[in-house]
Ligand binder design. Structure first.
Ligand SMILES: [Zn+2]
Length: 271
C-alpha cells in the first residue's frame, strides 16, 4: 500500500519484540471505560500517501459522529499532494475533525518550508486548529521508527506562526528544557507538550521536572494507545498503568487536573 514507514514499524521483519498493540473502536472504548478516561483525542498517522490520509480521516469522522461525547478527532494530511492535500484536510475539518496531525515531515518526505504545508499552517492558525507534530529526542537509544527531527526547525515554526497552537508529541523531544532560556521561552509560548509513549522513553520524574520548567498548563496527557507502554508486564494496550504512574509522579491535584483534561478542554473550547 506504499506506506513503508508504517509497515516497518507495524510488521518488523524479525516479527518479535514489537511493542505495537492493536485495538478497534470497541476495544478503545472499553479500555477508556476501565481506566475512567472520559474522552480521547484520536490522532492520525503520518501517512506517506494522501489516499491513506483520506481513508484514516473518514474513519475518524465516522467515530467522532458515532461517539461525539467520547472522541475528538484529528486529520491526517500529506502536503506533498499539494492542492489535493489542502482540500482534503479542509473537508475533514468541515466534517467534524478538530485538529491536524500527528505529522512527521521527515517520514512523509517534506520539510517545514513546503509551500502547501505553510498554507495549511496559515489556515490552521486562522481557524484556531491545533496541530500535532512528532518530535524525537535528539539523543538516547535507537528504536524502530526513530527519525531525526532537528529541534531548531520547531523554533522556526513557532516564530513563523506565533498564534498557532503547536502540540509537540513525546515531551517535545526535550524542548521543554530550552524554555529555561529567555529567548526560547518567548518563542515557545504557543507550544504544548504531550506525554505520549512517556513510560517507554523517560523516568516518571519527567512529569514533575517538565511541570517545573514550563508549567503544568503546557502539558497534555497523551498515551500513544494502542502502543504497549509497559511491554514487560502488559500484553495488551491500556491506560491504567500509565495513569497510575502519573498519579505517583509528585504532581499536585491541580496540576494533575490540568494535564489529564483541563488543558485539553481549554484548547478545544470545551469549557
Ligand atoms: Zn509520535
Amino acid at each position: 500500500m506504499g506506506e513503508d514507514h508504517w509497515a516497518e514499524l507495524h510488521a518488523p521483519p524479525s516479527g518479535k519484540g514489537s511493542i505495537v498493540g492493536w485495538a478497534d473502536v470497541s476495544d478503545l472504548l472499553a479500555d477508556m471505560d476501565k481506566a475512567g478516561v472520559e474522552r480521547a483525542i484520536l490522532l492520525g498517522w503520518y501517512w506517506e500517501n494522501q489516499k491513506t490520509c483520506d481513508r484514516q480521516n473518514r474513519w475518524h469522522v465516522d467515530w467522532v459522529r458515532e461517539h461525539p461525547d467520547r472522541f475528538i478527532g484529528f486529520a491526517a494530511v500529506q502536503p506533498m499532494a499539494e492542492d489535493r492535500a489542502f482540500e482534503s484536510v479542509r473537508r475533514a475539518i468541515d466534517q467534524g475533525l478538530s485538529g491536524i496531525g500527528e505529522m512527521l515531515p521527515p517520514a512523509q518526505g517534506f520539510s517545514h518550508t513546503n509551500s502547501t504545508w505553510l498554507q495549511i499552517l496559515e489556515w490552521a492558525q486562522e481557524e484556531k486548529l491545533p496541530i500535532t507534530i512528532h518530535v524525537t529526542e535528539a539523543v538516547g537509544h535507537d528504536y524502530p521508527g526513530k527519525v531525526e527531527t532537528p529541534l531548531a526547525e520547531y523554533q522556526w515554526l513557532a516564530q513563523q506562526f506565533p498564534d498557532l497552537n503547536i502540540l509537540l508529541a513525546h515531551w517535545g523531544g526535550g524542548l521543554p528544557f530550552y524554555e529555561l532560556n529567555a529567548v526560547c521561552r518567548s518563542d515557545f509560548k504557543n507550544f504544548f507538550y504531550d506525554t505520549a509513549a512517556s513510560p517507554l522513553l523517560y523516568d516518571k520524574k519527567v512529569f514533575r521536572v517538565v511541570s517545573d520548567m514550563v508549567g503544568a498548563d503546557k502539558v497534555l496527557f497523551g498515551s500513544d494507545y494502542p502502543l504497549r507502554l509497559f511491554p514487560k508486564v502488559d500484553k495488551k494496550p491500556g491506560f491504567e498503568r500509565f495513569l497510575e504512574q502519573i498519579d505517583n509522579a509528585g504532581l499536585t491535584e491541580v496540576e494533575k487536573e490540568k494535564i489529564l483534561g483541563g488543558n485539553a478542554r481549554k484548547l478545544f473550547g470545551l469549557v
